[in-house]
Design a protein around this ligand. Structure first.
Ligand code: WTA
Length: 635
């Protein structure tokens, strides 16, 4: 935490300096007058979003922009007929843009593939027909567990065209995590690949998927995309190769006319219990929010090469690798593999090679690149870059400046976008025309009313920390938690009256700029990935030697946070370094490689409240030499 405090001082010192857009950036900006645009949207957010909705194609227009009658189960664009996939794909064919490049894909080893909108359209339709042949219908759930390859986009779009909901599970998750998500969604079909690449090694995804499928009765078929030459186990009854399935299928398919409020997909994210939440997004509103934000935040004109380095398995990938760029009709870059192979300038090489105009990445990656040194980006001119983006965690001013100087060459404004799986779209973010401050996500996007409040919902003064809330509604907002509306109410709407509770702490400065400081709840942010302490603890307890575990996040230079665990062993079990290694392995097995454990400590007791809850705050304070705070509930 010493580091966190230093950063806060750094933030307060650097706060004074503003970075203004160049004349060139301003001349090209979709929004030129920042304050005026914010004010106008704030006066009438619904009118703002209705205007944004005009950028999309509706089969039938809405009766009402926003229906609050069953709040907080808000509805947007009621009774409209719409399909997100139509707007991301079919529309471009109908408008004669089939020849435009939709996807550029490259992997670590240098293989590349390109898809025009026409080619993408044809293959999606073939897959739609194949899926319908397997009995996939409107409202069904389809699980997708795939690497960052074009077929993941094809699979997602195909589900939507049918009106089925996809549930993408990040390919870095373990079989246990996949199993839990398949079961919760009761998915009918699983789409996976034989393998993915990481640092030159093939990861046998199919084997991991099989482990999960064995325990999931709902899965009728497993569709396997061939991504490498490795042999994989194949179950003749259940498994089918993707390429065989789409062969001979017609390249036209009917699209389902969905209600604007029909769920488009479910995406699981970590919360405060060991069970992840299935966040539901709806066709119409999600499309409106994502398209308007990508166009304005990244200043799209329609011919950009856009590279978001996230994985499609996270919301960032859903909104800004797949749906955002495709709805905007631009070219999205997909890269499969690690960013420093074969050398630490791979990212900059890809930017140069494909003339990337917008690079949208995460602070953890920037910090990793900083460690290699500025000589790597400096080797590459990258004149194509216009705008840079950051997402996933607060960007420390040091990393911000490094990115600004060495990657953007002081020419490209950095869009530090704060948002969440639940918000669907960028929420607090600058626009290219805005004056920037290194490390601040600046102000809410037009039409969004955000605030920093105390527990009672009262605004706290500038410079004081508090809870980040959103006081109005926005079209891409979460609609509910799959099969668990009570949890939706409790998590987001019962904490602060009348506002959406984000679960982050933040403060505003005297200019009204937001500085996000991190989560308030028991959710860790490891290298920009959300993971619940309860999930990690339950993974520890799944080992036969463990009685109980308490975990906390401790600062890490590159990944922001990593895990430190306090473990109580069963009576008679001997403490040893080998056991620590085994426990780390166990957690990786249960949760996947994103659960990075720095250290395991064996203890006899854990600090608890009278009601038996582990007080992680106390563990953290001791570990990091912080003040203990209020310990009145400590036993
Ligand atoms: C954090 C990722 C500060 C925050 C899009 C949030 C950020 C959580 C930023 C959501 C940012 C994301 N500045 N913090 N620019 N972006 N966060 O659901 O704690 O994977 O609540 O969505 O990431 O993570 P999620």
């Amino acid at each position: 935490m010493a580091k966190k405090n230093r950063e806060l001082t750094e933030v307060l010192l650097s706060e004074q300096k503003k970075y203004y857009p160049s004349k060139k950036v301003l001349a090209n900006a979709n929004v030129k007058d920042y304050e005026k645009t914010l004010k106008k949207a704030e006066k009438n957010p619904e009118a703002f979003w209705a205007e944004a909705a005009e950028d999309l194609v509706w089969f039938k227009k809405w009766d009402k922009i926003l229906d609050k009658s069953k709040k907080p189960f808000y509805k947007w664009f009621t009774n409209a007929k719409f399909n997100l996939a139509y707007n991301a794909l079919d529309r471009h064919i109908d408008e004669g843009n089939g020849k435009k490049l939709a996807i550029i894909w490259e992997d670590e080893s240098g293989r590349t593939r390109k898809y025009t909108y026409q080619k993408l359209y044809n293959e999606v339709n073939q897959f739609v027909n194949a899926l319908r042949g397997l009995g996939v219908k409107k409202g069904d759930r389809v699980a997708i567990y795939m690497p960052n390859v074009p077929e993941i986009a094809i699979a997602m779009l195909s589900c939507l065209k049918i009106g089925a909901m996809h549930s993408v599970v990040y390919a870095g998750f373990s079989s246990g995590a996949l199993e839990g998500r398949i079961k919760d969604a009761r998915a009918k079909i699983l789409i996976t690949a034989d393998g993915s690449f990481r640092r030159g090694k093939v990861i046998n995804l199919k084997a991991i998927a099989d482990e999960a499928v064995k325990k999931c009765g709902s899965i009728k078929k497993v569709i396997v995309v061939k991504n490498n030459e490795e042999k994989v186990a194949f179950n003749k009854e259940k498994d089918v190769w993707y390429h065989n399935l789409i062969k001979n299928q017609p390249i036209e398919a009917k699209i389902a006319e969905m209600d604007s409020e029909d769920p488009a997909f479910v995406l699981y994210t970590s919360g405060t219990t060991s069970k992840p939440k299935g966040v539901i997004h709806a066709h119409g509103g999600y499309a409106v929010g994502v398209l308007r934000t990508i166009k304005w935040v990244f200043d799209l004109k329609g011919d950009e090469i856009f590279w978001c380095t996230a994985d499609p398995g996270w919301i960032t990938g859903h909104s800004y690798i797949i749906y955002g760029p495709l709805m905007a009709g631009i070219t999205t870059v997909m890269y499969e593999g690690v960013p420093d192979m074969p050398k630490p300038d791979r990212i900059w090489k890809v930017v140069e090679k494909y003339k990337v105009n917008v690079l949208y990445t995460a602070p953890t990656l920037i910090r990793a690149m900083m460690r290699y040194g500025k000589e790597w980006p400096m080797k590459h001119k990258m004149p194509s870059l216009r705008i840079l983006g950051s997402v996933g965690e607060p960007i420390n001013p040091e990393a911000w400046k490094w990115y600004y100087i060495n990657v953007g060459k002081k020419r490209c404004p950095i869009m530090d976008t704060w948002w969440q799986t639940e918000t669907g779209m960028n929420m607090i973010t600058p626009l290219p025309c805005a004056p920037l401050k290194a490390g601040s996500a600046t102000k809410p996007f037009p039409g969004i009313i955000a605030d920093v409040v105390d527990k009672k919902g009262k605004r706290v003064p500038a410079g004081k920390g508090g809870y980040l809330v959103i006081k109005n509604q926005w079209p891409a907002m979460i609609r509910t938690i799959f099969n668990n509306p009570e949890r939706y109410l409790k998590t987001y709407w019962k904490q602060v009256k009348g506002a959406y509770f984000a679960g982050d702490v933040a403060f505003r400065d005297k200019d009204g700029y937001f500085w996000i400081q991190g989560r308030t709840d028991d959710v860790l942010n490891i290298a920009g990935h959300r993971i619940g302490t309860a999930e990690v603890e339950s993974a520890f307890v799944s080992h036969k030697t463990v009685v109980e575990a308490g975990v906390i996040g401790v600062p890490d230079e590159i990944r922001a946070e990593v895990i430190k665990a306090f473990v109580i062993l069963k009576k008679g079990v001997k403490e040893s370094d080998e056991l620590k290694v085994e426990l780390k392995k166990q957690v990786r097995k249960v949760l996947g490689p994103i659960a990075i454990i720095k250290d395991v400590a064996f203890v006899d007791k854990l600090p608890k409240t009278r009601s038996g809850k582990i007080m992680r705050r106390v563990l953290k304070a001791k570990e990091l030499n912080l003040p203990l705070g209020d310990t009145s509930s400590l036993v």
